[in-house]
Design a protein around this ligand. Sequence first.
Ligand code: NAP
Length: 254
Amino acid sequence: MVQVAGLLDGKFAIVTGAASARGIGLATARLFAEHGATLALLDLDRGAVEAAAAGLGSGHLGLVCDVRDAEACRRTMGGLEARWGRIDVLVNNAGITQPLRLCEIRRADYDAVLDVNLRGTLHMSQAVVPGMRRRRAGAIVNISSVSAQRGGGVFGGPHYAAAKAGILGLTKAMARELAPDGIRVNAVCPGFIDTDITAGKLTPEMLGRILEGIPLGRAGRAREVAGCCLFLASELAAYVTGAELDANGGLLIH
Ligand code: NAP
């Protein structure tokens, strides 16, 4: 019987992009720790990621790892497997966005958004899968976005929608390929969540327009997305793979 508390007791989990104080990554790491997991938080800023990990309690690690760098992902994974013996859960959360319109997207913008969101998800998954395969167990949760499903129109531009749609395709293909190895792969599609990803670029007009379209009438909270990640990472979701789990307040109802 699955317990409601301690859903990740004894598990070792990695969350990328987990240093942002109000972000989905740190909220997910915190909820996983509350459910008994030992966490490795990965992010770009050493001071921030170490402080975030320390804030979870003892035994958790905060490591610098740029998910755009495949070698850094492999190195980080190798170090964690040597230390812990295994990784049970990977949450590919690191992401950036830009509120650009189609014809404003320059090559550097496209590369930046695709590299962190889509390539980063591939790199970390490639680093974690060999160990999961050897143990014939593991859960990977990829953070996509409602932008992938509804063609943007929230904050990020078309290149962000494309990156997040790419993550959905990658998630489903990984789920199909890795299921025989006992590895489940799922995606969470957050709607408009109150974090700092908009980096001060969200105008009152944009905010009003977005809120008007949300049946629940408010932005989501990072912890509400974390709950979806917890479900998908845990044994509660033992028969769930290749799924997209929406956390959007009704912004998109299929
Ligand atoms: P956030 O607060 O900005 O957190 C994202 C974190 O990822 C930041 O700490 C960021 O570091 C880090 N990061 C950026 N590039 C990285 C890299 N190359 N390697 C490792 N870490 C990197 O954003 P959030 O809102 O929590 O978003 C988390 C995820 O949810 C993202 O994938 C985002 O696209 C997705 N999402 C968010 C929303 C929303 O409304 N908030 C909606 C749908 C989907 P820096 O701060 O140093 O850049």
